[in-house]
Design a protein around this ligand. Sequence first.
Ligand SMILES: [Fe+2]
Ligand SMILES: [Fe+2]
Length: 268
Amino acid sequence: MKLLFIADIVGQPGRRAVKELIPRLRRQHGIDLVVANGENAAGGSGITPGTAEEIFSAGIDVMTCGDHLWDQKEVTELLENETRFVRPLNYPPGTPGQGSTIFRREGLSPVAIINLQGRTFMPPLENPFHCVLAEVERLRRITRLILVDFHAEATSEKVALARMLDGKVSAGVGTHTHVQTADEQIFPGGTAFLCDAGFTGPHESVIGREIEPIIRRFMTNQPQKFDVAKGRVLLQGVLIEIDEQTGRTISINRISELLAVEAVSGGA
Ligand SMILES: [Fe+2]
Ligand SMILES: [Fe+2]
């Protein structure tokens, strides 16, 4: 089973990259399932039903989220009605939406997708370590193919969580920092890991936003408007091949594909 995970889709450039590159990547690699983090899909902040639909129609099967979950009011519609949309599992009981979903397609074993949020340098949600163990135990009664998108800032928190889940899930992939790491590996128990998958959007930027306002913010400590940047659009993520019988990962490869030609001039 081949699964493509796409890192945080940032704004219109990110959505364009998905639209233009996913159909080819699906064919080229024989991908069975595409999961994407959509927390920055709407103008860089949050997600709306409209942007979600745009992304789903580009060939994404399941979408995860993160700390930008609440940036757009209309997200409640997705949380309440969209079965392909997953928010971090470790919100308090009673939060709308779902922390995991099971993807089913004929001819393919069911695949569970869990979204989690870290707590180090981030808002204090429930303990993701405890939440995920209970959820994985529940899901493993249904399938051994489990992907975790751990949306977290601290590398240690991400590595520790994935190590704890070694042998229990097929893959643990980190998101949120928007910087792709080079530590892809398969742990002894068969769990694939990448500390951060990067982001899908304009890389002539500071993690997706125009450079100058961010520098000004650091220089002056005053709030600035952070527009989504334009130049050098990359689709980033990770391609994972999983043994359908055992749920163990066979291979993991990082992806960083340049969106050609349309790259808006003057981005630099
Ligand atoms: Fe985030
Ligand atoms: Fe993000």
